[in-house]
Structure formats: structure tokens, C-alpha cells
Design a protein around this ligand. Sequence first.
Ligand SMILES: C[S@@+](CC[C@H](N)C(=O)[O-])C[C@H]1O[C@@H](n2cnc3c(N)ncnc32)[C@H](O)[C@@H]1O
Length: 212
Amino acid sequence: MQLWDFAALTYYRVLDLFTGSLNDLAVEKLDLRPGEAVLDIGCGTGASIPALVEAVGPQGRVVAMDFSARMVAIARKRAKKWPNVEVRQADACTTDHGAEQFDAAVALGAFSAMPDVPAAIANAADALKPGGRLFVFDVRLAKKTHTTSFLRAAYRRIAGFTGADVVAELKNVFERVEPVFGVEGETTTVVMARKITDTATDSARTPSRPAG
Ligand SMILES: C[S@@+](CC[C@H](N)C(=O)[O-])C[C@H]1O[C@@H](n2cnc3c(N)ncnc32)[C@H](O)[C@@H]1O
């Protein structure tokens, strides 16, 4: 957590200036509608908040969350002009965001930095309504190459990377997980995951019997 508090006060001030197109891509792929509720998991300094709140409008709701006090303080400052934005300080691995409260969620560079990736993804799925959409941009170092081996070691040292494969973990929980660009990157990934509806769950899990 100290790392992220430090990041909030230092290089994130610069990084924030370059995240615009990723936020726009997330909003586009999530197909956010006015009035929807959206969750921003590991929101950092809240760089995604303006794009999200603009997409859901004044009738919608944005909940952004992060466990770093510094990140949250900056995100709250950024969000204070919108009454329908709430910034929570919490651990995404242990927090119940509220069952089936959200139409959509984003996790931008967040899951892979967490100590319990499967738990964080399960909590995200619980928070989505049936049919809810999740946009994920993240580090993915699943393939074994010289580059990925080096990056895994560096990421582990710097941010406590556990080695979890975010895409594989998403596939354990979400029925549909699709790469946004049609292919998987070697070091990063951009995917859309969708939580199945109850009806879809039932028909997917119950094989239909032949009549008679
Ligand atoms: C690489 S930053 C990404 C921030 C933001 N999503 C963005 O795109 O600018 C990763 C963020 O995940 C947060 N984070 C790491 N572990 C977390 C956890 N267990 N619960 C909540 N947030 C966490 C960090 O504090 C940090 O703000």
C-alpha cells in the first residue's frame, strides 16, 4: 500500500495525463447508458471518473474504490463536483461492493497489482447485476519468454505481483471473456467480461433432454 501512496504523490501526476484514450475505450466498450451504476475497481487517483460520470449522466451513479489513502484523497478531490460519485477506501480483495448493485465495472491496471486476484475478481462479479459488463486492462505475463520473465520479476519486486494470470482468473468466474482487440498481448491485456444472466446460467448448465 505504501507503494501506491507514494505513486499517488509522484509519477501518477504525470501518468494521469495519458490515460484519456484508455478511459474512452472503456466507456465505449462498456456501452454505458444514462442512469446506469458503474464501479471503478482500484481507481487510483480517479482518472476514469470524469469519463464514467459523463457516460452515466446525473441519473447514474459512479462508485470508485481503492485501498491507498493517498489515491483516494486525490480521487475524492477530483470527484467532489459530482453528487452522484462516491469514492470508497477499501481492499478489493476483501470488500463486498454490494451484491448485484452495478450494471458495469472497470478495472484498469488494478487486478494484477492485488494480493488475492481470484478474490478481487469474485468480488467484482458479485457486485455486477446479471448481464453486467466488466472492462479490464491489465498486465498479463502468462507466456514464458525472456521479456515476460524479466517483467514478472520486476513487477513482483516493485508491486508484489503474485504471478496470477488475470485472464485465466476472469474465465473461472465469467462465462464470456473476450479480448477487445481480438488477440491477447504478450505483456498486457484488454478484455471485456460479461456476467451471465440467471436464464443463461440455467440453460448453460442444464442440458436439454430429448422430448419423450
Ligand atoms: C496501476 S494503479 C491503477 C490506477 C487506476 N485504475 C488508473 O488506471 O490510473 C493500481 C491501483 O490499484 C490499487 N490497489 C492495489 N491493490 C488494491 C487492493 N487490494 N484493493 C484496492 N485497490 C488496490 C492501488 O492503490 C493503485 O491505485
